[in-house]
Design a protein. Structure first.
Length: 396
């Protein structure tokens, strides 16, 4: 079994734990204030959960892509197949429990109610965005390979995406809920009844098709960091070898190679890249608002910058200082991210079978809402801990 990049597992586990807390309050009417999303523009810590997960996916993708010494059609098909499977799992979660739990019209037959129910199921969602981001980002990473070209692809995707928003936006503005073109594209593609309706009843889907372009950028940012870590590890291994190794830079003394590619230097470099990404985001935000629902270009670099800083901190604490024991619960959660998401969604949706309402038992205020979210997350952790102890990792 390959040696795992522990700090990445820990970051992913922390992200999943926070995701469970954010997505499962005791009541949506009384969400604990620090766990609320920004209404539209801006970014709270809660708004960083989703892009952190996609960043981690991109970073892990760099490690898994090392097996592709020669990129051919099979490699692309494998990436596209995995992206499609993630999308389908997300769609299945949207459809679960696969039949209406309440009748839309009691005068209709079950068949008529079932058809109406199918006609109003959401198509897009969190896993669907992840699947599309993986497919787009993975194919670009396989095709371009070199970091400079991948950075160019990130820039091109952000420019094209922003250009589409600006050129086809309507009043009251290209970056507003009512005026953005992403809303119209999803309405045309899947129909308004199959979109999310959480923004004042507007059929705008924050995980719609167009935003997958910049979702792929978040994935590619993670891929770049993962690739940098892999190159540094290889150069360190080569510098300690008695035989020459092709990955060593020409003309650079071995001692210099060791210093440049030491774990602490890699962590420092990651934090510097994170700070630069944050600065770029703040500059872009002058013209392009930081907006999670639109997954704007400034949001890509803002969330990506924080993800890099978080990873660099964990690289220092876990990988360099060796304090991994304290983070083992999060490592357990980070090793089975798909299972965590599926369990979380299935358990929460299964309440309808038992007419269970958390607020009925925990009360309806912000603190009991948080208490229930913490208990729910503990249950998910226990499931994943059993899998971790049995060394079971569920993948697509």
């Amino acid at each position: 079994m390959k040696k795992r990049f522990v700090s990445l597992d820990v970051l992913r586990g922390l992200t999943i734990a926070f995701m469970c807390i954010v997505n499962n309050p005791g009541t949506w009417a009384h969400v604990f204030p620090p766990l609320r999303h920004a209404a539209w523009e801006g970014c709270t810590p809660t708004d960083l959960v989703y892009p952190f997960f996609i960043f981690c996916m991109g970073c892990a993708m760099a490690f898994s892509f090392t097996k592709y010494e020669k990129v051919d059609a099979k490699a692309y098909l494998k990436v596209l197949k995995r992206g499609a499977l993630i999308f389908l799992v997300g769609l299945a979660l949207n459809l679960y429990p696969f039949f209406p739990t309440s009748l839309h019209d009691e005068s209709w037959s079950f068949g008529q109610n079932y058809v109406w129910w199918l006609q109003h199921r959401r198509i897009f969602g969190v896993l669907q965005r992840i699947g599309l981001s993986y497919a787009i980002g993975g194919c670009l990473a396989l095709w371009l390979r070199k970091p400079g070209k991948i950075m160019g692809a990130i820039a091109a995707l952000c420019i094209v995406y922003t250009g589409i928003l600006v050129l086809f936006g309507r009043d009251p503005g290209a970056f507003t809920l009512e005026g953005n073109v992403s809303l119209r594209i999803d309405r045309w593609l899947v129909g308004g009844d199959h979109c999310y309706h959480g923004y004042n009843g507007t059929d705008f889907d924050p995980e719609g098709l167009l935003g997958s372009m910049t979702g792929a950028c978040s994935c590619l940012l993670g891929y770049l960091i993962g690739s940098m870590i892999i190159r540094s590890q290889r150069r360190m291994a080569a510098s300690c070898s008695s035989e020459p190794y092709k990955v060593l830079p020409e003309g650079v003394p071995l001692e210099v190679v060791k210093i440049r590619n030491s774990p602490d230097r890699v962590a420092l470099r990651t934090s510097v890249y994170g700070a630069c990404s944050l600065m770029l985001a703040m500059v872009l935000s002058i013209w392009i608002p930081i907006c999670k629902p639109l997954w704007s270009a400034s949001y890509v670099f803002y969330a990506g910058g924080w993800a890099m800083l978080a990873l660099s901190f964990l690289m220092y604490v876990v990988d360099i200082k060796g304090r991994s024991k304290a983070f083992e619960p999060f490592k357990a959660m980070g090793m089975n991210p798909l299972m965590a998401f599926i369990c979380s969604g299935v358990i929460a949706k299964s309440y309808t079978f038992f007419s269970f309402s958390p607020s009925k038992y925990f009360g309806a205020n912000e603190y009991t809402s948080l208490l229930y979210a913490l208990i729910f997350t503990t249950v998910i952790f226990c499931i994943l801990w059993v899998l971790y102890r049995k060394n079971i990792v569920i993948k697509l």
